[in-house]
Design a protein around this ligand. Structure first.
Ligand code: SF4
Length: 188
């Protein structure tokens, strides 16, 4: 993974591009795109078992408990993305708090999407991202490079293609299926 503290020739410019608003999705869908395409489809079609998952509830509690000593502001933007901002001495930072780094790639791309959204939709530049894992005392810095900006457009197109399928993609068993909120839907 090349996203931590990177600085190279592909550094993002301040130029923004025109985006078709139809392709915009919530950040969780970007996460699920990496986690499982079936999960992405089920979640997008409002088959939500998420409320019942102990892991999801634990994550919400963790979110409330973390950063309680730091000034944060939770913002829902365009009814689309929900962000925790932390104003640090270094500037504006978007922080996403996660329980475990097991699915770090999905977490990183979720935050990359937030940075991409802020830049291209809200025209907010110079924002950095952090994925925080308080229980592991770990933080991963996320920077939106030009390369990742292009990749994000491709990911959004693919997400929309999956969501528009008439049926959910066939489940593919993964080691983490048993802890997924959709386990019973897929495998029982
Ligand atoms: S149970 Fe497995 S296949 Fe089904 S949605 Fe969850 S991760 Fe995907």
């Amino acid at each position: 993974m090349v996203l931590q503290g990177q600085s190279n020739s592909t550094e993002s410019s301040d130029e923004t591009i025109e985006i078709d608003p139809e392709i915009l999705v919530g950040g969780v869908k970007v996460n699920y795109y990496f986690h499982c395409k079936t999960q992405l489809w089920l979640f997008s079609h409002y088959i939500t078992y998420e409320q019942e998952s102990d892991l999801v509830i634990a994550g919400k509690i963790l979110e409330k408990e973390s950063f309680k000593n730091i000034k944060t502001k939770n913002l829902l933007i365009d009814d689309k993305i929900s962000l925790d901002f932390v104003k640090s001495s270094g500037g504006l930072v978007v922080v996403d708090i996660k329980k475990s780094s097991k699915f770090e790639e999905a977490h990183i791309y979720q935050v990359l999407y937030y940075l991409w959204y802020l830049k291209n939709i809200k025209k907010v530049l110079k924002v950095k991202g952090i994925v925080a894992y308080p229980s592991e005392r770990k933080r991963t810095e996320v920077n939106l490079t030009a390369e990742k900006e292009s990749e994000m457009l491709r990911i959004l197109e693919e997400i929309n293609k999956i969501i528009s399928l008439p049926e959910s993609p066939k489940p593919v068993y993964k080691p983490y299926c048993k802890s997924c909120a959709y386990y019973e839907f897929c495998w029982v």
